[in-house]
Write a protein that binds this ligand. Structure first.
Ligand code: BES
Ligand code: ZN
Length: 627
C-alpha cells in the first residue's frame, strides 16, 4: 500500500517535472523514481540495452569515425529515443536493418550536458544506428604526440569517460543508472594495439582490427578505449599488465601482488564478477591516479615508485569491481556510494595484504585530506559540498569529485563497522554487493537497506549512528572515532626533534616507508623555510626523489618556502605529469604566493598542451586562462 502511494506521488512529480525541466531524465528503479539531472535520456520511455560499436581510429587526424548500433527497448509507444552527445558530428541515423535515413533532431547544446539527440522511432523499432565523427576537442579523448609518450615513437590515444564525458566520443544514454552490454569492432593503424573495458587482445595483429565483447551490462561512464604501442605481460591466471614496451618491466614488478589483491578482495566480499583484471599503465598525462574501467583499470605511471609503495591505488580500482561497477551510484549526487565504499574496501584489501599498521597510515593520511577539504570548502562558502549526498543541480558532476565522497564516506562506513562489529558489517557488505549486483543504488535506497539489515529499530543503534546527520549535514560529525596511526606517532617524534635542532642525519628514519615520508613532509610543511629545506634536501635528496607522492609534497613545500634549488624539478614535474591531484595544488600554491605567481603562469602556458581536458578544465579556471 505504501509503495503504491509512493509510486503515484512519484508519477505526479514526474509529470510536473517534465513541464518545468525538459532536460531531466526520470527512470523507474525497482520501487522508486530516480532522477538523473545529468542526462537528457528518458529511459522510462525508451532505453538502450546493447551497443555494437564499429569504429575507425585515425591516429593521424586525431579523429574517430564510428557507427553506434544501439539495441533499444521502447517501453510503450514512445515516438522518440533520446541520447546524450557533446561535440559529435552526426552524419547519418538509421533504424533497424539500416534502410533509409531516420528522422532525428540535435538540440542546442548545454555547456555542461551537450546536445540531446532525439531520434524518431516507432513501437516496433529494435535498433538505432548512429554514424558520427568526433571533433578535435572531444573532452574524453586525449590524443598524445609521440613526445608525450614514454617510448617517444608512436602517438597514443586514451579515453576518460567518467563522469559525463562518454557522450563526447559515443552518442549514448550517459547516466550511471542506465546499463548496457557492448561489442565493438575497432580498426587502428597497424603497429598499434587497441584495448577496451572488455575482453582484450594480448598482442597486436597485422591488420589492426580488433574485436571486443563486454557481455555484462555497464553504465556509459565505464566505456573506455586506449590505442598505442602497447604490450602485455601476464602476472597470474587472471591478472596482467599492459604498458608501452619501455614501461612494461617496471610496471610488472610494481604490480606483482595484483593476484593476491584479487583473491583477498574475493575473500572479503565475494566472487569477482568480471572476466579478467588487468591494468593498463598510461602515459603521465592521464588526469587521474586510476580509473576503474571494467576488466582494464587505467592507471597513471606516477604510481611506479620502484618499491611497490603506491599500489594501494590498484587495490582501490580493483575494489571498484564491486563498489561502483557492480553496485553503481544511481546519479552523480550519490557519488559517495561509489567512492566511500571503495576507499573502505581498498583499505581492507591493504590491511589483508600489508597489515593493520599499513592500512592505518592510509586512513590517517586520508583523514588529513578530509580535514583540509572541509576547511577549504568552508572557506569558499561551499559548505553544501561537504555533505555526502550532493546537490549538483545545474553543475558539472566533476564539481562533486572531492575528498568528501572518499574520506567522509569512508569514515561513515567505519563508524557503522565500529557499532555493529566487523563480522556483521562484512556480512552486510557481502550481501549488499550480491543483492544489488549489476543494479544501481541511490543514497536513499542504501539508507532503507541499512536500516532494514543492520541499523534496525531493535538494534538500538539508530540514535548513536545518526544517519541523517552523516548523509545530509555538512562537515565531519563530532564525537566520532578518528583514525590513528602508531607509525605516524614515531614520525611526529622525529619531526619534533628536527624542529628543535636535531640534524636530519641523526633522525631515526631507517625503516620508513613512503607513507611515513609523506606524513613527515605534511607534518613539517607549514613551518618549513628555505634554510630547513636545504638541510633536509642535503640528507634526504627530496628534490631528486622518484616517488611522485613525495615529490608532489616536496615541490609544494618548495613553492611555499621559495626554495629555489627545487624550481627546475618543479618545472620538469609539471611539464611531464598531468595528474590533477598533483598539479592542482602546485599551481594553486604558486598562485597564492606573489613571489611565485608569475612563474606559475609561465609554466602553465607551456605545460597546458600536455594536459588532458579534465585537468585543463579545472586549471583554466584556477589560473585565469587564457593569457
Ligand atoms: N573513479 C575514480 C576517478 C574519477 C572519479 C574520475 C570521478 C572521474 C570522476 C577513481 O576510482 C579514483 O578514485 N581515482 C583516484 C585514486 C584513488 C586511490 C583515490 C585518483 O585518481 O586519484
Ligand atoms: Zn575511486
Amino acid at each position: 500500500m505504501r509503495k503504491l502511494f509512493f509510486a503515484l506521488t512519484a508519477l505526479s512529480l514526474l509529470a510536473c517535472n517534465n513541464q518545468t525541466s525538459p532536460e531531466n531524465s526520470e527512470h523507474m528503479d525497482s520501487d522508486s523514481l530516480v532522477i538523473d539531472i545529468h542526462t537528457a535520456a528518458k529511459p522510462q520511455e525508451a532505453v538502450v540495452k546493447h551497443l555494437h560499436w564499429d569504429a575507425v581510429i585515425e591516429m593521424e587526424h586525431k579523429r574517430i569515425l564510428a557507427t553506434a548500433h544501439w539495441d533499444i527497448v521502447n517501453a510503450g509507444s514512445a515516438t522518440k529515443i533520446i541520447f546524450d552527445t557533446k561535440g559529435l558530428k552526426i552524419t547519418r541515423v538509421t533504424l533497424d536493418a539500416d534502410t533509409g535515413a531516420a528522422g532525428y533532431k540535435l538540440n542546442a547544446p548545454d555547456p555542461v550536458l551537450g546536445s540531446a539527440l532525439e531520434v524518431s522511432i516507432t513501437s516496433s523499432t529494435k535498433r538505432v544506428n548512429i554514424s558520427y565523427e568526433t571533433q578535435a576537442d572531444a573532452a574524453a579523448l586525449q590524443w598524445l604526440s609521440p613526445e608525450q609518450t614514454a617510448g617517444k615513437r608512436f602517438p597514443f590515444l586514451f579515453t576518460q569517460s567518467q563522469a559525463i564525458l562518454a557522450r563526447t566520443w559515443i552518442p549514448c544514454q550517459d547516466s550511471p543508472g542506465i546499463r548496457f552490454s557492448y561489442s565493438a569492432d575497432v580498426t587502428v593503424p597497424k603497429d598499434y594495439l587497441a584495448l577496451m573495458s572488455a575482453k582484450n587482445p594480448t598482442e597486436k595483429n597485422s591488420e589492426g582490427k580488433y574485436h571486443f565483447e563486454q557481455p555484462k551490462p555497464i553504465p556509459a561512464y565505464l566505456m573506455a578505449l586506449a590505442v598505442g604501442n602497447i604490450d602485455f605481460k601476464p602476472l597470474g591466471d587472471r591478472t596482467g599488465v599492459y604498458a608501452e614496451p619501455v614501461t612494461l618491466t617496471s610496471a610488472a614488478y610494481e604490480f606483482e601482488d595484483m593476484g593476491k589483491m584479487l583473491s583477498s578482495a574475493e575473500q572479503l566480499y565475494g566472487k569477482y564478477a568480471w572476466n579478467r583484471y588487468d591494468v593498463l599503465v598510461l602515459p603521465p598525462s592521464f588526469p587521474f591516479g586510476g580509473m576503474e574501467n571494467p576488466e582494464l583499470t587505467f592507471a597513471t605511471p606516477t604510481i611506479l615508485a620502484g618499491d611497490r609503495s603506491l599500489v594501494s591505488l590498484i587495490a582501490h580500482e580493483l575494489a571498484h569491481s564491486w563498489s561502483g561497477n557492480l553496485v553503481t551510484n544511481a546519479t552523480w549526487n550519490d557519488f559517495w556510494l561509489n567512492e566511500g565504499f571503495t576507499v573502505y574496501f581498498e583499505r581492507r584489501i591493504m590491511e589483508a595484504i600489508s597489515g593493520k599498521s599499513y592500512a592505518d597510515m592510509l586512513a590517517y593520511l586520508g583523514y588529513g585530506d578530509l580535514k583540509q577539504t572541509v576547511a577549504d570548502l568552508n572557506a569558499e562558502n561551499m559548505q553544501n559540498d561537504t555533505r555526502l549526498k550532493l546537490d549538483l543541480t545545474g553543475r558539472d558532476p566533476d564539481d562533486g569529485v572531492t575528498d568528501i565522497a572518499y574520506e567522509k564516506g569512508y569514515l561513515f562506513l567505519c563508524q557503522i563497522e565500529k557499532l555493529v562489529g566487523r563480522p556483521k558489517f562484512d556480512n552486510f557488505l557481502k550481501n549488499y554487493f550480491q543483492g544489488f549486483a549489476f543494479k544501481t543504488m541511490t543514497t536513499e535506497q542504501f539508507v532503507v537497506y541499512l536500516k532494514e539489515k543492520l541499523i534496525t529499530p531493535e538494534s538500538g543503534l539508530e540514535k548513536e549512528l545518526n544517519i541523517q546527520q552523516w548523509i545530509y549535514d555538512p562537515g565531519i560529525p563530532e564525537g566520532i572515532t578518528i583514525p590513528s596511526s602508531e607509525r605516524f606517532v614515531s614520525v611526529e617524534k622525529q619531526a619534533g626533534k628536527f624542529f628543535s635542532g636535531t640534524l636530519p642525519q641523526q633522525l631515526e628514519t631507517s625503516n620508513w616507508s613512503s607513507h611515513e615520508w609523506q606524513y613527515f613532509l605534511r607534518f613539517l610543511m607549514p613551518n618549513l623555510d628555505a634554510q630547513k629545506m636545504t638541510e633536509l634536501d642535503q640528507v634526504f635528496h627530496f628534490t631528486a626523489t622518484k616517488n611522485s607522492e613525495i615529490a608532489a609534497l616536496w615541490l609544494q613545500a618548495a613553492i611555499q618556502a621559495e626554495y629555489k634549488p627545487a624550481y627546475a624539478a618543479l618545472d620538469e614535474f609539471l611539464m611531464r605529469v598531468g595528474r590533477r591531484k598533483f598539479i592542482k595544488p602546485l599551481y594553486e600554491t604558486m598562485r597564492k604566493n606573489t613571489a611565485t605567481k608569475e612563474m606559475g603562469k609561465v609554466i602553465y602556458k607551456k605545460a597546458r598542451g600536455n594536459y588532458h581536458a579534465v585537468s585543463t578544465n579545472t586549471l583554466d579556471k584556477l589560473m585565469g586562462w587564457p593569457y
